[in-house]
Design a protein around this ligand. Structure first.
Ligand code: PRP
Length: 216
Protein backbone atom coordinates (compact mmCIF):
# COMPACT_ATOMS: atom_id res chain seq x y z
CA UNK A 1 0.00 0.00 0.00
CA UNK A 2 1.33 3.48 -0.89
CA UNK A 3 2.27 5.51 2.22
CA UNK A 4 0.10 8.54 2.96
CA UNK A 5 1.09 11.85 4.50
CA UNK A 6 0.07 11.90 8.18
CA UNK A 7 -1.39 15.14 9.47
CA UNK A 8 -2.03 15.43 13.20
CA UNK A 9 -4.21 18.15 14.70
CA UNK A 10 -3.60 17.65 18.43
CA UNK A 11 -6.90 18.11 20.33
CA UNK A 12 -5.30 20.12 23.13
CA UNK A 13 -7.14 23.05 24.76
CA UNK A 14 -3.98 25.20 24.88
CA UNK A 15 -3.46 24.72 21.14
CA UNK A 16 -7.09 25.63 20.42
CA UNK A 17 -6.84 28.68 22.69
CA UNK A 18 -3.68 30.13 21.16
CA UNK A 19 -4.91 29.41 17.64
CA UNK A 20 -8.07 31.42 18.39
CA UNK A 21 -6.00 34.31 19.79
CA UNK A 22 -3.84 34.24 16.64
CA UNK A 23 -6.82 34.14 14.27
CA UNK A 24 -8.52 37.19 15.87
CA UNK A 25 -7.72 40.24 13.72
CA UNK A 26 -7.89 42.58 16.76
CA UNK A 27 -5.06 40.72 18.55
CA UNK A 28 -2.14 43.16 18.84
CA UNK A 29 1.31 42.20 17.57
CA UNK A 30 2.80 41.58 21.02
CA UNK A 31 0.03 39.10 21.92
CA UNK A 32 0.08 37.54 18.44
CA UNK A 33 3.79 36.85 18.93
CA UNK A 34 3.06 35.17 22.28
CA UNK A 35 0.35 33.06 20.66
CA UNK A 36 2.75 31.81 17.98
CA UNK A 37 5.41 31.15 20.62
CA UNK A 38 2.96 29.08 22.67
CA UNK A 39 1.81 27.19 19.57
CA UNK A 40 5.47 26.49 18.76
CA UNK A 41 5.98 25.09 22.25
CA UNK A 42 2.93 22.81 22.40
CA UNK A 43 2.97 21.65 18.78
CA UNK A 44 6.65 20.76 19.11
CA UNK A 45 5.90 18.89 22.33
CA UNK A 46 3.27 16.88 20.43
CA UNK A 47 5.46 16.43 17.36
CA UNK A 48 8.37 14.95 19.30
CA UNK A 49 6.37 11.94 20.55
CA UNK A 50 7.86 8.69 19.26
CA UNK A 51 10.34 10.74 17.25
CA UNK A 52 12.97 11.92 19.72
CA UNK A 53 15.42 9.02 20.12
CA UNK A 54 15.84 7.70 23.64
CA UNK A 55 18.24 5.37 25.39
CA UNK A 56 17.67 3.11 28.35
CA UNK A 57 19.82 3.37 31.43
CA UNK A 58 19.74 2.96 35.20
CA UNK A 59 19.76 5.73 37.80
CA UNK A 60 20.35 5.51 41.50
CA UNK A 61 17.47 7.16 43.39
CA UNK A 62 18.07 8.07 47.06
CA UNK A 63 16.56 4.65 47.85
CA UNK A 64 17.42 2.17 45.10
CA UNK A 65 18.60 1.62 41.54
CA UNK A 66 15.84 2.28 39.01
CA UNK A 67 15.49 1.82 35.24
CA UNK A 68 15.62 5.17 33.44
CA UNK A 69 15.07 6.60 29.95
CA UNK A 70 17.07 9.54 28.63
CA UNK A 71 17.03 11.49 25.36
CA UNK A 72 19.80 10.08 23.18
CA UNK A 73 21.82 13.20 22.46
CA UNK A 74 24.15 11.27 20.13
CA UNK A 75 21.48 11.24 17.40
CA UNK A 76 21.67 14.53 15.46
CA UNK A 77 18.66 16.78 15.82
CA UNK A 78 18.07 19.82 13.60
CA UNK A 79 15.42 22.50 13.49
CA UNK A 80 14.81 24.53 10.33
CA UNK A 81 12.80 27.68 10.97
CA UNK A 82 11.53 29.12 7.69
CA UNK A 83 12.00 32.90 7.97
CA UNK A 84 10.52 35.09 8.93
CA UNK A 85 7.43 33.61 10.52
CA UNK A 86 9.08 30.32 11.50
CA UNK A 87 11.17 32.27 14.01
CA UNK A 88 8.02 32.83 16.05
CA UNK A 89 7.40 29.09 16.33
CA UNK A 90 11.06 28.43 17.12
CA UNK A 91 10.84 30.83 20.05
CA UNK A 92 8.55 28.32 21.78
CA UNK A 93 10.02 25.17 20.24
CA UNK A 94 13.45 25.88 21.72
CA UNK A 95 12.08 25.36 25.22
CA UNK A 96 11.26 21.78 24.18
CA UNK A 97 14.38 21.17 22.06
CA UNK A 98 17.14 23.24 23.70
CA UNK A 99 19.93 21.08 22.25
CA UNK A 100 18.84 21.11 18.59
CA UNK A 101 21.06 22.67 15.92
CA UNK A 102 19.21 25.50 14.18
CA UNK A 103 19.59 26.04 10.43
CA UNK A 104 17.81 29.15 9.13
CA UNK A 105 16.16 29.24 5.72
CA UNK A 106 14.85 32.58 4.48
CA UNK A 107 12.07 32.30 1.93
CA UNK A 108 9.68 34.92 0.68
CA UNK A 109 6.70 34.47 -1.57
CA UNK A 110 6.39 36.70 -4.63
CA UNK A 111 3.08 38.55 -4.25
CA UNK A 112 2.17 38.08 -7.93
CA UNK A 113 3.52 34.67 -8.96
CA UNK A 114 3.26 33.21 -5.39
CA UNK A 115 6.56 31.44 -6.09
CA UNK A 116 9.01 31.36 -3.15
CA UNK A 117 12.48 32.80 -3.51
CA UNK A 118 15.36 32.11 -1.16
CA UNK A 119 17.28 35.03 0.38
CA UNK A 120 19.13 33.15 3.15
CA UNK A 121 20.28 29.55 3.28
CA UNK A 122 22.24 28.41 6.33
CA UNK A 123 21.70 24.70 5.70
CA UNK A 124 24.83 22.52 5.88
CA UNK A 125 26.16 21.00 2.66
CA UNK A 126 25.20 17.57 3.93
CA UNK A 127 23.22 16.47 7.00
CA UNK A 128 24.64 13.57 9.02
CA UNK A 129 22.87 10.24 8.40
CA UNK A 130 19.83 9.66 10.64
CA UNK A 131 19.40 13.38 11.40
CA UNK A 132 15.93 14.16 12.74
CA UNK A 133 14.71 17.43 11.21
CA UNK A 134 11.86 19.57 12.49
CA UNK A 135 10.67 22.28 10.09
CA UNK A 136 8.90 25.26 11.65
CA UNK A 137 6.68 27.45 9.47
CA UNK A 138 3.29 28.70 10.70
CA UNK A 139 1.56 28.70 7.31
CA UNK A 140 1.37 26.08 4.56
CA UNK A 141 -0.69 27.84 1.87
CA UNK A 142 -0.04 27.01 -1.80
CA UNK A 143 2.72 24.73 -0.52
CA UNK A 144 5.40 26.44 -2.61
CA UNK A 145 7.56 27.36 0.39
CA UNK A 146 7.36 23.98 2.14
CA UNK A 147 8.05 22.13 -1.13
CA UNK A 148 11.12 24.36 -1.71
CA UNK A 149 12.24 23.66 1.87
CA UNK A 150 11.86 19.91 1.42
CA UNK A 151 13.78 20.03 -1.87
CA UNK A 152 16.69 21.85 -0.18
CA UNK A 153 16.69 19.34 2.68
CA UNK A 154 16.40 16.12 0.69
CA UNK A 155 19.19 17.14 -1.69
CA UNK A 156 21.36 17.48 1.44
CA UNK A 157 20.62 13.94 2.60
CA UNK A 158 17.61 14.48 4.86
CA UNK A 159 15.16 11.57 4.97
CA UNK A 160 11.49 12.61 4.75
CA UNK A 161 10.59 9.73 7.08
CA UNK A 162 12.71 11.32 9.83
CA UNK A 163 11.30 14.82 9.20
CA UNK A 164 8.39 16.50 10.95
CA UNK A 165 6.68 19.76 10.09
CA UNK A 166 5.21 22.00 12.75
CA UNK A 167 2.77 24.62 11.49
CA UNK A 168 -0.22 26.57 12.74
CA UNK A 169 -2.48 26.40 9.69
CA UNK A 170 -2.13 23.82 6.96
CA UNK A 171 -4.21 24.47 3.84
CA UNK A 172 -5.42 21.57 1.74
CA UNK A 173 -3.49 22.54 -1.45
CA UNK A 174 -0.17 22.44 0.45
CA UNK A 175 -1.01 19.09 2.05
CA UNK A 176 -1.91 17.63 -1.34
CA UNK A 177 1.43 18.72 -2.80
CA UNK A 178 3.37 17.32 0.16
CA UNK A 179 1.48 14.04 -0.05
CA UNK A 180 2.23 13.59 -3.74
CA UNK A 181 6.01 13.94 -3.31
CA UNK A 182 6.78 13.21 0.36
CA UNK A 183 4.10 10.82 1.65
CA UNK A 184 6.43 9.62 4.45
CA UNK A 185 6.30 13.04 6.13
CA UNK A 186 4.38 13.77 9.32
CA UNK A 187 2.77 17.20 9.83
CA UNK A 188 1.63 18.64 13.18
CA UNK A 189 -0.74 21.54 12.73
CA UNK A 190 -3.06 23.51 15.03
CA UNK A 191 -5.71 23.27 12.31
CA UNK A 192 -6.45 22.56 8.65
CA UNK A 193 -8.15 25.23 6.52
CA UNK A 194 -9.79 24.32 3.22
CA UNK A 195 -9.28 27.28 0.93
CA UNK A 196 -7.01 29.98 -0.42
CA UNK A 197 -8.20 33.28 -1.86
CA UNK A 198 -7.06 34.56 -5.27
CA UNK A 199 -3.97 36.14 -3.64
CA UNK A 200 -2.91 32.81 -2.14
CA UNK A 201 -3.95 33.75 1.42
CA UNK A 202 -5.45 31.01 3.56
CA UNK A 203 -9.16 31.62 4.33
CA UNK A 204 -10.15 32.04 7.14
CA UNK A 205 -6.46 31.74 8.11
CA UNK A 206 -4.90 34.38 10.32
CA UNK A 207 -3.52 36.91 7.83
CA UNK A 208 0.20 37.40 7.21
CA UNK A 209 1.94 35.64 10.11
CA UNK A 210 5.33 37.28 9.47
CA UNK A 211 3.88 40.80 9.39
CA UNK A 212 1.80 40.18 12.51
CA UNK A 213 4.72 38.68 14.48
CA UNK A 214 7.10 41.51 13.63
CA UNK A 215 4.56 44.36 13.50
CA UNK A 216 5.41 45.31 9.91
C1 PRP B 1 4.50 32.85 4.46
C2 PRP B 1 4.51 31.67 5.39
C3 PRP B 1 5.09 30.56 4.56
C4 PRP B 1 4.58 30.90 3.18
C5 PRP B 1 3.42 30.02 2.87
O1 PRP B 1 5.74 33.44 4.43
O2 PRP B 1 5.21 31.90 6.59
O3 PRP B 1 6.51 30.53 4.58
O4 PRP B 1 4.17 32.27 3.19
O5 PRP B 1 2.95 30.23 1.58
P1 PRP B 1 3.06 29.14 0.44
O6 PRP B 1 2.66 27.84 1.03
O7 PRP B 1 2.06 29.63 -0.58
O8 PRP B 1 4.45 29.15 -0.09
P2 PRP B 1 6.05 34.78 3.59
O9 PRP B 1 6.52 34.46 2.20
O10 PRP B 1 4.86 35.70 3.68
O11 PRP B 1 7.28 35.37 4.33
P3 PRP B 1 7.42 35.94 5.85
O12 PRP B 1 7.40 34.74 6.76
O13 PRP B 1 8.72 36.63 5.84
O14 PRP B 1 6.25 36.86 6.11
Amino acid sequence: MKPQLLVYVPPHPLIKHWLSVAREAATPSVLFRSAITELGRWLTYEATREWLPTQESVVQTPLAPCPATFINSQVPLAVVPVLRAGLGLWEGAQTVLPLASVYHLGLTRDEKTLEPSCYLNKLPEKFAPETRVLIADPMLATGGSIMATMAELTQRGVEPALTRIVCVIAAKPALQRLNSTYPQLVVYSATIDENLDHQGFIVPGLGDAGDRIFGT
